[in-house]
Design a protein around this ligand. Structure first.
Ligand code: F0G
Length: 481
């Protein structure tokens, strides 16, 4: 929720009180440099004890509510037929309107089950944009991912309210070219992660459905960030200003044939699920669940997390919770923009995204601009962000880097975790870094994993720019703490 102050400024306002806190440390810049070197210039490999503001992800890092914590104490740990499962199934029925539930240990496990069941070699999977794990699973099955976004999706300085929309013309052309029998389903991702947490509109989702339903192509929804997408629809799509988040989510789900989700994001828990009203699709996936995940009523999740997810699913439909991340991000993006730091607009859900393409425009894709910026942001501010650019792409069959459509540094804003002073501090240090951007050099692999290389890859700076940056910082701010 946002509130307007008497001088006209709009600020995000926390509709909760903080009763449990976790200590963080801001270590001096010299130690931050050492920590970055020890982590091989890969922010995934930092120890969180050395991170001041952990903006790596909102996945599993949102603050839980008192009611979620309380529900966890009531978990039923039965291997089969546990009560916790039925509570989640009730929540899925109530919030999504779906009869059939398949729990999975997290979102990518749901993707694995969908890939295993429906995706065959030589197939094409159209989507509004890929997510890293989604693409990996579909590619591993021998299929090709088709990203059918609109041109506006890649414009980082846009005012388009729905950059997550699918381009209907491109979808129609893809179906004509490859044939409906080569398309196992069309995937739409809510609050499209990798283009900056950008939503699709209900009008667009309806058009996609109307195009593919007569061809018997199912619509699969990645609902990991569903409440944020519903919040943006309420704010930005005409006709929905008076609808509740629940009503909007139900309307979205009514159009999809299957939804799957990571429970670690909008639901503020851990775990995942697949849900549907289509008995045929449910029955096709179901046999694989105990093979890869766990028994039908826990699917690899702990019962505690199932309980927390059931509560989180209802809580994410409350307006001030659905908007808690989005409103903070809007504020953060606004302050950075005012200070000349290149950010993706309009502000999205899940994170503030720095446009590394513009921030370090002197670097080439093969310098991994967003990865280099992630390292620089940590050295300058103790803030851990996540590279979402060329480094997050796997190489092509010839072993060449595949330049990403966009070079983004994601600064995730887990819901109800950070305060206004954190955003003010981050804005100040990022402004300083932007003023010293010419000092930031490229990074290169010295040990590169064959798949999802960004997670565990070891990199080093091209030249000694990290140390020079730390020195310049120390001159301006001293040891900082
Ligand atoms: N789909 C989307 C849209 C996601 O953002 C994620 C995870 C997944 C699927 C996979 O779910 O992590 O539970 O296995 N996103 C995290 C992130 C990792 O940091 O954005 P998972």
């Amino acid at each position: 929720m946002s509130i307007r102050l008497s001088d006209g400024t709009e600020i995000p306002i926390e509709m909760h009180k903080i009763r449990i806190v976790q200590k963080v440390r801001l270590i001096p810049v010299r130690e931050r440099l050492q920590a970055m070197e020890a982590a091989s210039y890969n922010t995934y490999l930092l120890r969180s004890r050395n991170v001041f503001l952990d903006m790596l992800t909102d996945s599993g890092t949102n603050a839980m509510s008192d009611n979620q914590q309380a529900a966890m104490l009531q978990a039923d740990d039965a291997y089969a037929g546990g009560e916790s499962f039925y509570k989640l199934a009730d929540a899925v029925k109530e919030i999504f309107g779906y009869e059939y539930l398949l729990p999975a240990h997290q979102g990518r496990a749901a993707e694995h089950l969908l890939a295993k069941t429906f995706v065959k070699p030589g197939m094409y999977v159209p989507m509004n944009y890929h997510f890293t794990t989604t693409k990996a699973h579909f590619n591993l099955m021998g299929a090709t991912v088709l990203e059918l976004f609109t041109p506006e999706a890649l414009n980082t300085q846009s005012t388009c309210p729905f950059k997550g929309n699918m381009d209907l013309g491109r979808l129609k052309a893809a179906i004509d070219k490859h044939g409906a029998d080569k398309i196992p389903f069309v995937r739409m991702e809510a609050t499209t992660n990798l283009i900056g947490g950008q939503p699709f509109s209900l009008a667009n989702l309806r058009e996609v459905k109307e195009l593919i339903a007569p061809l018997n192509i199912p619509l699969v929804l990645d609902a990991s960030l569903i409440s944020e997408n519903a919040y943006f629809i309420r704010q930005r799509e005409s006709g929905y200003a008076d609808s509740s988040i629940r009503e909007i989510i139900l309307e979205i789900m009514g159009l999809a044939d299957i939804c799957y989700m990571s429970g670690r994001k909008s639901c503020m828990a851990r775990g995942g699920l697949i849900a549907t009203n289509r008995k045929d699709l449910f029955e096709a996936i179901r046999p694989w669940l105990p093979v890869y995940e766990g028994f039908f009523t826990y699917g690899g999740m702990s019962s505690k997390e199932i309980e927390a997810m059931a509560v989180g699913m209802r809580e994410m439909t409350e307006l001030e919770i659905a908007g808690s991340g989005a409103d903070a991000i809007k504020y953060f993006v606004g302050r950075l923009g005012e200070n000349g730091v290149p950010v993706v607009t309009p502000p999205g859900g899940l994170a503030c995204h720095l446009d590394a393409g513009r921030f370090v425009s002197h670097l080439q894709p093969t310098d991994y601009p967003a990865g280099a910026l992630a390292a620089a942001v940590y050295i300058a501010a103790g803030i851990r962000g996540m590279e979402r650019g060329t480094l997050s792409m796997d190489r092509d069959e010839q072993g060449n880097d595949v330049p990403s459509d966009m070079e983004l540094l994601r600064l995730a804003v887990p819901r109800r975790v950070f305060t206004m002073s954190h955003f003010q501090y981050a804005t100040d240090r990022l402004k300083w870094l932007h003023e010293h951007r010419e000092m930031i050099g490229g990074i290169e692999f010295y040990d590169e994993p064959p798949v999802l290389r960004f997670f565990g890859g070891l990199l080093k700076p091209k030249g000694n720019w990290g140390a020079a940056l730390a020195e310049a910082f120390e001159k301006d701010f001293g040891s900082d703490c």
